[in-house]
Design a protein around this ligand. Structure first.
Ligand code: ADP
Ligand code: MG
Length: 284
């Protein structure tokens, strides 16, 4: 197997470093945008350093506009840092690649394609060297994993929000990427279905061993899903602190929210985000 070489720890002063096998290494990443109309630059993220290890579930938590999507897009290679570097599996990110797959808030399904045909898309765009039979087998396997067997021929409009997002997750997983990048995937899903989806995602990543970077602005979603939570502050986006979540899995089988550790982590995170949440509420 092509394992990434261990990376020396010159990011000791960054809050995110942990011992293990690094899959994503962001070093002093600054990302900005050119605002053409206003003829100025906007720094969305400043000096972000974070190491994410294989099989880890890392949550990016922060208020709207703090740069979470920018960071995940930089990992996926859609945007490139102005300064600093991001390595994935030991190689610098220069653009999107099959080792990273994205799950979007709005599902991003093709409405004119059946569920099955939506799962086939990434295989059409990227040559992964699989035969048609192998692709068919993958599609069947991942639809079963997300509990959508029997819906192969359905169209997206025939599905509920939760089902559509399960198609989005299956599509991302079917190419067997090392890394799953999820940008507020459950934000548009009603509260009850959302909990079921969180539990489902936990079950799936426990089964696949995927490394996950997951964006949310829900503190509870962050704690119930994450191994670590990178709390990001706004203007420009910086990692305020990385909080460890040492709660046993599966979290959804036990009553994780009633554990004293849960309350402690919640309090810590609330302390970190309180000031910004309030400034946002005052319309700043
Ligand atoms: P979040 O996902 O945390 O809500 P984003 O990464 O989307 O934050 O945005 C961070 C900052 O960068 C915001 O101020 C946003 O307005 C700005 N921004 C994001 N994308 C662009 C873009 N394509 N062009 C210009 N500014 C952008
Ligand atoms: Mg966003």
């Amino acid at each position: 197997m092509n394992r990434p070489a261990p990376i020396e720890r010159n990011v000791a002063d960054s809050p995110g470093t942990q011992v293990g096998e690094p899959v994503i290494v962001a070093r002093n990443v600054t990302v900005g945008y050119k605002l053409h109309r206003e003829r100025k630059m906007l720094t969305a993220l400043r000096d972000i350093s974070l190491t994410i290890n294989k099989g880890e579930f890392v949550v990016l938590l922060g208020p709207s506009g703090c740069g979470k999507t920018t960071f995940i897009n930089a990992i996926s290679g859609i945007v490139l840092p102005w300064e600093g570097s991001i390595e994935v599996n030991g190689a610098p990110v220069t653009g999107p690649g099959p080792d990273r797959a994205m799950v979007f808030q709005d599902y991003a399904l093709m409405p004119w394609r059946t569920v099955e045909a939506n799962l086939r898309m990434p295989f059409e765009f990227q040559n992964l060297g699989l035969s048609k039979d192998e692709v068919d087998a993958r599609i069947a396997r991942y639809l079963e994993l997300v509990d959508l067997k029997g819906f192969e021929k359905s169209f997206p409009y025939e599905l509920s929000g939760g089902m559509k997002q399960r198609v989005g997750i299956a599509r991302a997983l079917a190419t067997e990427p090392t890394i799953l990048l999820a940008d507020e995937p459950f934000a548009a899903i009603d509260a009850m279905t959302r909990e079921a989806m969180q539990s489902e995602l936990e079950r799936i990543v426990m089964a696949t061993g995927q490394t996950v970077v997951f964006i949310t602005h829900s503190i509870d979603e962050a704690i119930t899903l994450g191994d670590r939570i990178a709390v990001i502050s706004r203007r420009p986006g910086r990692i305020k602190e990385v909080v460890d979540v040492n709660l046993p899995r599966p979290r959804f089988d036990g009553d994780v929210k009633s554990r004293p550790e849960y309350a402690k982590i919640r309090e810590r995170i609330w302390d970190l985000v309180k000031a910004e949440a309030l400034s946002g509420a005052h319309g700043e």
